[in-house]
Design a protein around this ligand. Structure first.
Ligand code: FES
Ligand SMILES: [Fe+2]
Length: 395
């Protein structure tokens, strides 16, 4: 027998009060269980220091961009390392066979943007202007609908890419000499399901964000106050007896030159005496903007966080953390995502307002920052674009 929604409501109304209460409780409990265990938790920090809401950010005005550069010029006491690894305009598309291709955005015919109004046809992307088709695998023009011949130079650049853990990575090297790295780090385990993510827009140089992993001192400095007391500078008396304690180290990997290893241990200290929520975190930094972290806790088992940094502009980065763990951990993961987001906001506050010092005055205990900068310099060559080159290419 099929029961319509109206019929179901009528049936409930006709029941006595006791049954109505039980049914209501069942419905509310089911919704809560569904929300807690099956819906990912997403935290989006839509605000950026200079651009305001993301809607404004997307259509960022020239004035705001100029202001960012002006600020960078005024406040950077010395020469900045190349700020932005490419400045290319690319189109990413997925075929019906689930293959992902990345090609240059501008059509070699008359320059239309393939990503604005273009459509996918088989493995090709079709230009919205005169319908030329370009193959994703090699970028060659496969068809011109109104011509029997295709000019030999009708081609867009096809970029090497890899899809992994729900992210699409593109290989870029300014000199095109180094062989693409492979990214072997897949979730590769049915036990690990996606629990949610957070997203932030940060106004800083791209190097500042991964440098955080090598800045061992900052953990006990800005991540010491209980996450429940909120963002930086919002310390609450209520949580004054609850602190996070950290121990960390950073070293370049012995296996691959573009890897570095972060070891971090955490404990929550209560009343200055008792320790709980101990966690050991191993992070693998892969290249300039990708970090994979595995967290081991004696109570909660193992879960993972993946961090990516996408340069939007020379001094504007989009940072995403994605969280994976067993299904049963879902209630804890929601609290963990909230805590990590608040902790990361404290870093964002610092980055949004800090200066980038090329020759900082370091204490003896800060040596890993120096090592990090030497390691990070491998991601630039003498041909990397400077801040001024980038500024010119933007307007
Ligand atoms: S501009 Fe792309 S087909 Fe003409
Ligand atoms: Fe931090």
């Amino acid at each position: 027998m099929e029961l319509s929604l109206l019929g179901f409501i009528n049936l409930i109304i006709s029941l006595n009060m006791e049954y109505q209460k039980i049914i209501l409780m069942l419905i509310v409990t089911s919704i809560c269980v569904y929300w807690i265990f099956f819906l990912p938790f997403e935290w989006k920090e839509r605000y950026s220091l200079h651009a305001g809401k993301e809607s404004i950010l997307r259509n960022d005005t020239k004035r705001l961009t100029i202001n960012r550069f002006r600020k960078a010029k005024q406040h950077s006491s010395n020469k900045m390392p190349p700020p932005y690894p490419n400045g290319e305009q690319l189109v990413v598309y997925r075929t019906q066979n689930n293959k992902v291709f990345i090609v240059d955005a501008y059509c070699p015919h008359l320059g239309a943007n393939l990503g604005v109004g273009g459509r996918v046809d088989g493995d090709c992307i079709v230009c919205p202007f005169h319908q030329w088709s370009f193959r994703g695998s090699d970028g060659k023009c496969a068809k011109i609908p109104y011509s029997a011949s295709v000019p030999r130079s009708a081609q867009v650049k096809s970029w090497t890419s890899q899809e992994i853990n729900g992210f699409i990575f593109v290989w870029y090297h300014v000199d095109s000499t180094e062989k693409p790295w492979s990214l072997p780090l897949t979730i590769n385990d049915d036990q690990f399901i996606y629990h949610g993510r957070n997203e932030f827009f940060v106004n800083c140089h791209i190097r500042e964000i991964p440098e955080n992993g090598a800045d061992n001192i900052h953990f006990n400095s800005i991540h010491n106050e209980c996450f429940m007391s909120g963002k930086m500078g919002k310390s609450s008396k209520f949580f004054q007896y609850c602190h996070h304690k950290w121990n960390s180290s950073w070293i370049p990997s012995k296996n691959y030159k573009h890897f570095a290893e972060i070891k971090l241990s955490h404990a929550l200290q209560i009343f200055g005496k008792f320790y709980c929520f101990r966690m050991d975190i191993s992070g693998l930094q892969v290249g300039p903007a990708y970090v994979c972290m595995e967290i081991n806790s004696s109570i909660f088992g193992t879960f993972r966080i993946y961090q990516t940094i996408t340069p939007i502009e020379p001094l504007l980065q989009k940072v995403i953390h994605r969280f994976y763990g067993p299904r049963w951990l879902a209630p804890f993961m929601k609290i963990f995502i909230l805590g990590e987001s608040i902790m990361f906001q404290r870093d964002v506050t610092i980055w949004n307002h800090k200066d980038l010092l090329q020759n900082p005055v370091l204490a003896k205990e800060d040596t890993s920052i120096k090592k990090f900068r030497m390691w990070y310099s491998q991601f630039y060559t003498s041909n990397s674009k400077s801040l001024t080159d980038e500024a010119i290419s933007i307007w």
